[in-house]
Design a protein around this ligand. Structure first.
Ligand SMILES: C[S@@+](CC[C@H](N)C(=O)[O-])C[C@H]1O[C@@H](n2cnc3c(N)ncnc32)[C@H](O)[C@@H]1O
Length: 250
């Protein structure tokens, strides 16, 4: 039996050599450079599975729709598309709960408030690498620290430890219009947010069947967990704030 043909879109530093790994910026020979807002340079029905973790929200809405249509084109019939995105529904529910707590005088809710608003907005509007999130992380101790660690998971916790080890030194601010424009094109900003409903609608519109939210440890892609794309060495979920969804190419 031939090896499965697997495509990881917007892989960043999280890739496995059994997959064809693609990102806007390649910092490793295993990663092919490609701007995913311009389509997929792969043949029709050439893939068994396509995976994109925390990538779709970096595209404009029309680009996200086009990319999903492209995913459908490159998948074989019966192939699986797996997406992970920040879970807008979970954030919004938590925001309302925290706001209610603040207004009712709950001190813990008041400590959590700034973080949940950063989660909701910062990556959509920031004008410098890391935005106000890294400024919040640089506080030692940071407000509502246990809550933040629970939200962001181990991966971000390591980034926070590294930041603290450097004495909280922050990335430089892009200076001038050109540097700002480059930053806006760098792939760091979020352009939209998705929930169970909007993501399922987008998948259906792109011609996918059976869009379903699932757990980090559940997948129709054979042996997915063994690639370690969504869990760390200890089996912990890398990005616990995620909505995971899979759909099939009919
Ligand atoms: C938040 S990171 C996620 C990385 C990895 N998939 C993960 O789960 O850790 C988003 C990635 O999407 C990539 N990206 C953003 N816009 C892109 C585009 N237009 N084309 C290709 N990759 C893009 C970024 O370069 C970055 O590596």
């Amino acid at each position: 039996m031939s090896a499965p043909r697997l495509l990881n879109l917007g892989c960043g530093c999280r890739f496995h050599p059994d997959w064809l790994n693609v990102d806007l910026v390649s910092r490793h020979p295993e990663v092919m450079e490609c701007d995913l807002s311009c389509g997929l340079p792969f043949a029709e029905a050439s893939m068994d599975a396509v995976y994109a973790s925390h990538m779709l929200e970096h595209l404009e809405r029309h680009e996200a729709s086009s990319l999903l249509s492209e995913c459908r084109r490159v998948l074989r019939p019966g192939g699986v598309l797996r997406l992970a995105v920040p879970d807008f529904e979970a954030m919004a529910r938590l925001y309302v709960q925290i706001l209610d707590g603040c207004l009712a005088g709950d001190e813990e809710a008041r400590r959590r408030y700034e973080w949940i608003t950063l989660e909701l907005f910062d990556q959509l509007v920031r004008t410098r690498p890391g935005g106000d999130v890294v400024r919040y992380w640089a506080k030692d101790p940071m407000p509502a620290e246990a809550f933040v660690f629970e939200r962001v998971g181990e991966e971000a916790r390591r980034a926070i430890d590294a930041l603290r080890a450097k004495g909280g030194a922050l990335p430089p601010e892009p200076q001038g219009a050109e540097a700002q424009a480059r930053f806006r094109k760098s792939g760091e900003l979020h352009r939209w947010m998705y929930d169970r409903w909007s993501l399922a609608c987008l998948l259906t519109q792109a011609g996918f069947a059976q869009p379903q939210a699932c757990g980090a440890d559940a997948s129709a892609i054979p042996g997915f967990a063994a690639y370690g794309l969504e869990t760390d060495e200890q089996g912990r979920v890398r990005k616990p704030d995620s909505l995971f969804m899979e759909a099939l190419r009919p």
